[in-house]
Design a protein around this ligand. Structure first.
Ligand code: GDP
Ligand code: ZN
Length: 320
């Protein structure tokens, strides 16, 4: 039997939905029995975004008829992941949940006003992306609302994050400004969309593809599943090409706990200069000859990013 490669679009609990790229014809699949044992620390051995090999049930092929829930395809192999993001279970057990695999880009949707972005929070998300090896782009939404009074704030925001090495895209889901660039940036990629409630993430996804409506789709019903049930993430295909995975709010994002010495490794602009610190390891706080502190004083590393770093360091110490 011919083996075919597919991408996992959704996990419903009882089965997975697969599609064979670049098409978008969803069909159900189950895991071959013995594969369920593997990856036991995770509640889901197969995640949205996983590339898998599958066998078709007898009498079916992707041309003459897709598998159905009675006769699902069988996932025989999970192909190596280029990256994945996990979320530990709320009950502090060792169990973890893989949010998504093989993510090409995380788009972090923020607003400088309505609501005002909390930079330490944004920096925590960016650190998480670095830890998981997922490139991040910041999407500054609601640009139509930023008048002359916001100009300085918007410019400072660009300077802080572009200076740290993250692209910042100005968009407006309301007017469509910048959405064509965003659509292009999503093409041929698996993209994670994240952002706190109210920033316009749903509006933006709808602006990228009017046939998608995250607010009325199954995503918005995830809160009905209750706190302690697993949230099932889902991948959507943009009509213009590319796949998006909507991660609702902070609960849907796999924030990490890092050791004291590790944190600075995930601030790219700090990592770039820390080789020049006089002491190794250097916490970049009180040590003489610290290249990071020198860069903050010189303004090449932003004070805001450095403050977030100090905040994360302090938080880490509290739990020691
Ligand atoms: P979500 O919680 O991030 O999914 O945010 P929504 O998409 O539900 O949007 C929150 C509110 O912001 C709604 O009232 C939207 O109409 C509004 N909104 C979203 N995007 C924009 C935008 O680009 N400009 C303006 N002016 N309002 C927006
Ligand atoms: Zn240092």
């Amino acid at each position: 039997m011919k083996k075919t490669e597919a991408i996992v679009v959704k996990h419903t609990g009882s089965h997975y939905l697969l599609t064979v790229p670049p098409g978008w014809n969803l069909f159900p699949a189950v895991l071959r029995g013995r594969m369920r044992q593997k990856g036991s620390s995770s509640t889901n051995p197969v995640a949205v975004g996983d590339r898998v090999m599958f066998d078709l049930p007898d009498g079916k092929d992707t041309a003459s008829g897709l598998p159905d829930t009675e006769n699902p395809a069988v996932i025989t192999e999970i192909l190596p992941r280029k990256n994945y993001m996990i979320r530990r279970s709320a009950n502090l057990s060792r169990q973890s949940h893989i949010i998504a695999a093989n993510v090409d880009m995380a788009f972090i949707v923020v607003t400088v006003d309505f609501p005002e972005v909390k930079l330490p929070f944004l920096d925590r998300i960016l650190v998480t992306c670095e830890v998981y090896g997922i490139p991040a782009t910041i999407v500054l939404n609601k640009c139509d609302l930023y008048g002359p009074g916001h100009r300085e704030t918007v410019e400072a925001f660009h300077s802080i994050y572009e200076g740290a090495g993250y692209p910042v895209m100005d968009v407006s889901a309301a007017t469509g400004a910048g959405t064509e660039e965003l659509r292009k940036a999503c093409t041929d990629r698996v993209c994670l969309f994240s952002g706190v409630s109210g920033v316009g993430k749903s509006s933006l996804i709808k602006a990228l593809d009017p046939s998608l409506d995250p607010r009325t789709g199954e995503i918005s019903q995830s809160h009905l599943q209750g706190r302690h049930t697993t949230t099932f993430y889902e991948m959507y295909r943009l009509a213009s090409g590319g796949y998006i995975i909507d991660t609702p709010g902070i609960r849907g994002f796999g924030l990490v706990d890092l050791g004291r010495e590790e944190i600075a490794l995930y601030f790219p602009e700090m990592l770039r200069v820390s080789g020049d610190c006089r002491f190794t390891p250097c916490t970049h706080t009180h040590e003489p000859g610290c290249a990071v502190k020198a860069a903050v004083e010189a303004g090449t590393i932003s004070f805001e990013r450095y403050s977030s770093y100090l905040g994360m360091l302090e938080e880490e110490q509290k739990y020691r």
